[in-house]
Design a protein around this ligand. Structure first.
Ligand code: CP
Length: 312
């Protein structure tokens, strides 16, 4: 399978073959992660800058872990400890980093479009680790890995994505990725959290969670993005949980083989109840683990894979 991308910024630029190339490569790296010595020299000599200008637990730690497992040199950088607080521009910051002859920038930023801007000015490979409300493509890849691992396929899977749709960059990448691989997606959320575009990737939207649950293979709960509300009217925690939260009563209406996903971090007791997050159907920690494998695969392929003389 030919893989010809330099950046992972916009998942809509990725074909089903591109997505499958990442998922298949991640399966190969699973073996590395199960060894006693969990490291291979695959990216020895490559340098990756992790520029996290917004908080992160899973994405940041799994990129750092993936880089260590592939023997890449990592530079962890960003946020309030940089000269951006003194007014240094993004372009000057990126040009400074690129003078070190780096190979890749992994960037998270609260502003949509920053990864594209960095790709334009840097000349190096760029991975979007979440930009504003726009996209979070590496989250989509680990989610697809998790679903495929569970069901053995993605084509025809029925997936409900539930909750704070309009503020969610996870939704912005997961919906097109699922559509590209042939899954059947339904969006569920309060009318005030639904996406504005009524023809959004041709995916139906509803506010009626209970009518959707019994049909689904995957119930994917989104975090309510309280930090991105910008004055929007928000139902109380209790009211939100009653209408759109996943509790055990709703779990008991799911198909016997259906699973639960959540990108994390969770608002336990709001979009998902604590006992549901920890129940046997939950794949939340499987998703986290898949983050290391899929991010290893993404960095390997974007830096040239076998075409660059490096093998998985
Ligand atoms: N899912 C996700 O992006 O989590 P973090 O914000 O902890 O990286």
């Amino acid at each position: 399978m030919a893989f010809n991308h330099k950046h992972l910024i916009d998942i809509t630029e990725y074909s089903a073959d591109d997505i499958m190339a990442i998922l298949e490569t991640a399966v190969k790296f699973k073996e590395v992660n199960e060894r006693r010595i969990k490291q291979v020299p695959t990216l020895k000599g490559f340098t990756v800058v992790n520029m996290f200008n917004e908080p992160s637990t899973r994405t940041r730690s799994s990129f750092e872990m993936a880089e260590k497992r592939l023997s890449a040199a990592s530079l962890n950088f960003g946020g309030s400890s940089t000269s951006s607080v003194k007014g240094e521009s993004l372009v000057d910051t990126v040009e400074t980093l690129c003078s070190y002859k780096i190979d890749m920038i992994v960037v998270r930023d609260k502003h949509a479009g920053v990864p594209h801007k960095i790709a334009d000015v840097s000349g190096v490979s760029v991975i979007d680790a979440g930009d504003g409300k726009h996209q979070h493509p590496t989250q989509a890849m680990l989610d697809l890995y998790t679903m495929r691992k569970n069901f053995g396929h993605l084509d025809g899977l029925k997936v409900a994505i539930v909750g704070d749709l309009s503020h969610s960059r996870v939704c912005g990448s997961l919906v097109p990725a699922l559509k590209t691989v042939g899954a059947d997606v339904t969006l569920v959320g309060p009318p005030t959290f639904q996406v504005d575009d009524p023809d959004y990737f041709g995916v139906p939207q509803t506010a009626d969670f209970d009518s959707v649950i019994p049909e689904m293979d995957v119930v994917y709960m989104l975090r309510v993005q309280l930090e991105r509300m910008e004055g929007a009217s928000i139902p109380s925690r209790r009211e939100y949980n009653r209408l759109w939260g996943l509790d055990m009563a709703r779990v008991n209406k799911m198909r016997p083989e259906a699973i639960i996903c959540h990108p994390g971090p969770m608002n336990r007791g709001m979009e998902i109840n604590a006992d549901v997050a920890d129940c046997a159907r939950s794949r939340i920690l499987t998703q986290v683990n898949a983050g290391v494998l899929t991010r290893m695969a993404e960095m390997y392929l974007l830096l040239g894979g076998e075409n660059n003389g490096i093998s998985a």
